[in-house]
Design a protein around this ligand. Structure first.
Ligand SMILES: C[S@@+](CC[C@H](N)C(=O)[O-])C[C@H]1O[C@@H](n2cnc3c(N)ncnc32)[C@H](O)[C@@H]1O
Length: 408
């Protein structure tokens, strides 16, 4: 162990979720505050409204949303499946299904969408105000380590630090996979209850696998979890769970949302509401020919297939070949045979019309295209103008998207 008295404590800050402030650039701040100044006659009221917006931004939502794959199941079946899986989940974590603080319900407007709410919505019982677990027993694991106490690390639990993306996922219900863990206290063993922190800064500045006492930076306390492997395996294994989060609200800084990814694979997909409304806005019809210009990992392409009950021609493009190979597998597992995945840069996929070349339809181009010898993706260079009934773009930039979708 390093000379603890030599540790520099100045570049180290622990935050509770309540203390944490989202930082935004002056430009974004200006963009958000301008409409408020017109909304309120009194300046202080506009400032208060802005502060409420900033507080809301750091709070994880108290609900998750999932979309049903209507090719393989119905919404009622999936809701029942989610309830059963969540009951098994809480029992597997030592809880009682009666303690389950979630409700599974149909979305009131979107016919293929399910909402999972945390109830009650009061989160005052959580660890959101604390920077470490409360030590009810005055148990100390580290009796001879004053600097640890001075730094603010818990004395009652060993700790792990995950990256920011992983931390955001934890606040939405996820467990922690080994690749998300950056640092951990020495001596953690399988089954041990650990304090979980998320590093808020640049992950590239952290040397993964070091001990917690070497950490310098800013981090946020997320709650308690149980180690699924030893510290050694956290940094040796390539994949798998490192820590499962406690299912109980009193052990978590954020809401006790259950993990939804991985349950009922292929028949439902956790997806954010803004992504789901895209297909509802597009209103595709069966037998439509549809282009998804930036498809990977394929969530919206799959939604189009589900919506049309696999009765459309959907061309799912992404310029990343590897992502499209992975998406192809996802499409197959979901039973979406109407999707053709292509590795294509859609900023250069409009074929020029000329008098001596026959103008082929999308279906003709796809049926005459040869598959690659390395993977199953078809060789397609592009499509002729006016080929598609509907086009889904991702904002490459508004002008490029508009320009390309007007041509196709
Ligand atoms: C945010 S993701 C799209 C998410 C996807 N629409 C979904 O709902 O699952 C953006 C994708 O656009 C792809 N992309 C960016 N520029 C592209 C281009 N010029 N042509 C095709 N794909 C592109 C990226 O490779 C990336 O996979």
């Amino acid at each position: 162990m390093k000379d603890q008295n030599a540790e520099n404590t100045s570049s180290f800050v622990l935050y509770s979720l309540d203390q944490f402030q989202v930082s935004i650039s002056d430009e974004v701040k200006e963009h958000l505050t301008r409409p408020l100044q017109n909304l309120y006659a009194i300046h202080e009221e506009a400032v208060e409204h802005f502060q409420r917006m900033m507080d809301a931004m750091k709070r994880p939502p108290l609900q998750s949303v999932c979309r049903v794959n209507l090719i393989q199941s119905s919404r009622d079946q999936v809701m029942e499946g989610i309830r059963e899986s969540l009951q098994k989940w809480i029992v597997s974590r030592g809880g009682d299904p009666e303690q389950m603080k979630v409700r599974v319900r149909p979305h009131p407007q979107l016919h293929d969408t399910i909402v999972v709410d945390v109830i009650p919505k009061d989160t005052s019982a959580t660890l959101g105000k604390l920077i470490m677990p409360p030590n009810h027993t005055d148990m100390t694991l580290f009796p001879h380590w004053p600097t640890r106490e001075q730094l603010g690390w818990p004395m009652s639990h060993r700790a792990i630090l995950c990256d920011r993306l992983c931390g955001e996922a934890v606040l939405r219900g996820s467990d922690i996979f080994v690749r998300g863990i950056l640092m951990a206290d020495a001596g953690i063993v399988t089954g041990e209850v650990v304090a979980v922190y998320a590093h808020l800064g640049d992950v590239r500045k952290i040397a993964r696998g070091r001990k917690m006492e070497e950490y310098r930076g800013e981090c946020l306390f997320l709650g308690l979890g149980t180690a699924c492997c030893s510290r050694v395996d956290m940094f040796r294994l390539e994949s798998g769970l490192g820590v499962t989060m406690s299912p109980f609200p009193w052990d978590r800084a954020g809401p006790s949302m259950p993990p939804l990814s991985g349950i009922l694979p292929h028949v439902m997909m956790p997806q954010n509401l803004p992504s789901i409304v895209v297909t509802h806005a597009l209103q595709p019809e069966q037998n439509d020919t549809i282009l998804d210009m930036c498809s990977a990992p394929g969530g919206k392409s799959l939604h189009l297939a589900s919506w049309t009950k696999d009765q459309a021609t959907i061309v799912a493009c992404d310029r990343s070949r590897s992502k499209m190979i992975a998406a192809d597998e996802t499409f197959r597992q979901a039973g979406a045979t109407c999707i053709t995945p292509l590795a294509l840069d859609t900023t250069s996929c409009v074929l020029q019309l000329s008098q001596d070349v026959e103008r082929k339809t999308v279906q003709q181009i796809l049926s005459s295209a040869k598959p690659s010898t390395k993977d199953s993706l078809l060789h397609v260079k592009g499509f002729y103008p006016g080929s598609f009934d509907r086009i889904l773009t991702w904002s490459l930039t508004q002008s490029i998207s508009d320009d390309l979708s007007n041509k196709l």
